[in-house]
Ligand binder design. Structure first.
Ligand code: 4NP
Length: 163
């Protein structure tokens, strides 16, 4: 077991709906399993549209209803993140392309994955953007982020045992 925490950065477009939620759910699940100290977790957006803004109130309300606090302020992804984090977990194909472009530009070896690679009930690879939809969209996003993060956590824990 390595002693250095595994550094995981969740990334979406605005860093107000999906990635703060994934960050919070992952942190909550790690704490529930008693392994919070094995991870360093953060989130960022590929855009600067909402820099400084709190998480979307609909993401916060849905998560709070399930006992998961969602906090923080939006920040934009920077090249330094690709050097600092071990994993960048993106929400959709557009985020993937943005991060991959950045990764190629600086020759980083950070591992870039889409969250739903770990979704056991995956019907598509994107975490849909709930920003312009209703509250049922946020409930659905919460469900699929929750089950994907649980499986991602299993995967990262098994990697730490092997390392
Ligand atoms: P997020 O959602 O990427 O999950 O934070 C969005 C938030 C804002 C916008 C798009 C997506 N926007 O276009 O302002």
């Amino acid at each position: 077991m390595t002693s250095e925490p595994t550094k995981v950065l969740f990334v979406c477009l605005g860093n107000i709906c999906r990635s703060p939620l994934a960050e919070s759910i992952f942190r909550h699940q790690a704490a529930a399993r008693g392994v919070a100290g094995e991870f360093e977790v953060d989130s960022a957006g590929t855009s600067g549209y909402h820099v400084g803004a709190p998480p979307d109130a609909r993401s916060v309300a849905t998560a709070l209803g399930r006992g998961v606090p969602v906090k923080g302020a939006s920040r934009q992804l920077r090249t330094k993140d690709l050097e600092r984090f071990d994993y960048i977990i993106v929400m959709d194909a557009e985020n993937f392309e943005s991060v991959e472009r950045m990764r190629r530009e600086i020759g980083s070896e950070v591992r870039v994955h889409r969250l739903r690679e770990w979704d056991p009930e995956r019907d598509e690879l994107d975490v849909p953007d709930p920003y312009y939809g209703g509250s049922d969209g946020f409930e659905r996003v919460h469900d699929l982020v929750e089950r994907s993060c649980e499986a991602l956590l299993d995967h990262l824990l098994s990697e730490r045992v092997r390392a």
